[in-house]
Design a binder for this molecule. Structure first.
Ligand code: 13P
Ligand code: 13P
Ligand code: MG
Ligand code: MG
Length: 385
């Protein structure tokens, strides 16, 4: 029998700014899911990172099951009422529609779901990030499933030696492609380096995988709130579910992908590049310059529909070095103020409030008399050998 892991998350209000969740709101979401889950889901866990509340649910109805989505939606609605009463900032921020319409996708919350053939022991990690976007998962997911310097299992373990399949979405043009590693490594990298456009949605084992052929082993939320809402409503802070062990990256190989605090976009006003800092739950709140962007990892084991755990995986001095590097990078970048590449490039500022400021200046521009030669140079494309 197949099992489904559904992870659905939303920012429904925070305090004092976009720092963290409010405990009574989290409790309301917990209470709602608890009260309405009987017969629908077999287990769940509520957690949070920064100002995003996260619901991990286990059931056997498959992905895109309307009642499971509706349960999460209604729980977030109930939590929003508490958030509004308390006057929380951005109460109901990610709930972009009034009424539930059959599928939570496109309504604001982020969704990562996979239907799996649960193994005898089914360990997995839920990664949750705040103050960044789905493309922030490109780097670590690639490292886990395609980089032998991160994951020696790709070299050592015969079950991993054939590599994995990647489903990559073009979130700007709404289309997808499937590519395999190691065969298409360079093609994969040619895309996923552009993390605002191409995002890894899923990773699958290949047919040749002896223990787990053709299985979905990782899934990432790929909802682009800015594209749904048409304006900045907060970054679409992402989450991912990653299965681990026995023919998949080991727990430590999966975590290792976060040992280098690589740069992601988001942070203050969703408008800045900053390092992704791996933290334990006690530091899952966003302070300096509304960040820096953070990732939390919760480790679970699933058995017959029930969860054991979680383990707070980054709550470990072994990641102190990564955190220290992240803070050094923060000090370095912050001195650039509103300049690129600390601030995001124009193309990514489109959905922020910056275009309004620029529009107010547009009538004051005067043409520049550009010399003819310079004009020609600017428009010619050079032909390199
Ligand atoms: P154990 O021998 O403790 O099961 O560990 C195996 C392993 O693969 C560790 O990465
Ligand atoms: P969130 O996307 O986490 O709500 O943050 C928005 C923001 O503007 C932070 O500065
Ligand atoms: Mg917020
Ligand atoms: Mg957030």
């Amino acid at each position: 029998m197949k099992t489904t892991i559904s992870h659905i998350k939303a920012d429904i209000g925070s305090l004092p700014g976009h720092t963290t969740v409010y405990e009574p709101v989290v409790q309301e979401v917990q209470k709602y899911v608890s009260k309405h889950s009987e017969g629908l889901i077999s287990d769940f866990h509520i957690s949070h990172v920064g100002d995003d509340i996260q619901i991990t649910m286990i059931h056997n109805h498959g992905i895109d099951y309307p009642e499971v989505h509706e349960l999460a939606w209604n729980a977030f609605k109930a939590g929003t009422e508490v958030a509004k009463k308390a006057g929380l900032y951005g109460a109901g921020q990610d709930l972009l529609k009034d009424a539930f319409s059959g599928n939570i996708k496109g309504m604001g919350p982020g969704v990562a779901e996979m239907e799996i053939t649960a193994r005898k022991s089914e360990p997995f990690i839920v990664y949750m990030m705040d103050k960044t976007e789905p493309g922030a998962f490109n780097f670590p997911i690639y490292k886990m499933f395609a980089d032998p310097f991160n994951t020696p299992g790709l070299v050592i373990d015969p079950n991993m030696h054939e590599g994995f399949r990647f489903e990559i979405w073009d979130v700007v043009e709404a289309k997808k492609i499937e590519l395999s590693a190691p065969e298409n490594m360079y093609d994969i990298l040619a895309m996923i380096g552009s993390k605002g456009k191409y995002v890894i949605k899923r990773v699958y084992t290949k047919e040749t995988h002896e223990k787990l052929p053709d299985e979905n082993v990782a899934v990432i939320t790929t909802d682009k709130l800015s594209l749904i809402a048409g304006e900045y409503v907060g970054k679409d802070d992402p989450a991912a579910v990653v299965r681990i062990q026995s023919g998949l990256p080991a727990s430590g190989e999966s975590l290792e992908a976060f040992s280098h605090p690589f740069l992601v976009s988001g942070w203050m006003r969703g408008s800045f590049n900053g390092p992704l800092m791996p933290v334990g739950m006690k530091y899952a709140k966003m302070t300096r310059f509304d960040g820096p962007p953070r990732v939390v990892a919760l480790g679970f084991v699933l058995k017959e529909g029930k969860l054991a755990g979680p383990v707070d995986m980054f709550d470990d001095p072994a990641f102190d070095g990564a955190r220290k590097t992240a803070v050094d990078v923060v000090d370095y970048l912050r001195r650039m103020g509103p300049f690129e590449p600390h601030r995001l490039p124009d193309s990514e500022m489109e959905y922020t409030t910056l275009p309004k400021v620029l529009a107010s200046l547009s009538s004051r521009f005067e043409p520049i008399d550009v010399p003819k030669k310079a004009k020609k140079l600017a428009s010619s494309t050079r032909d390199y050998d």
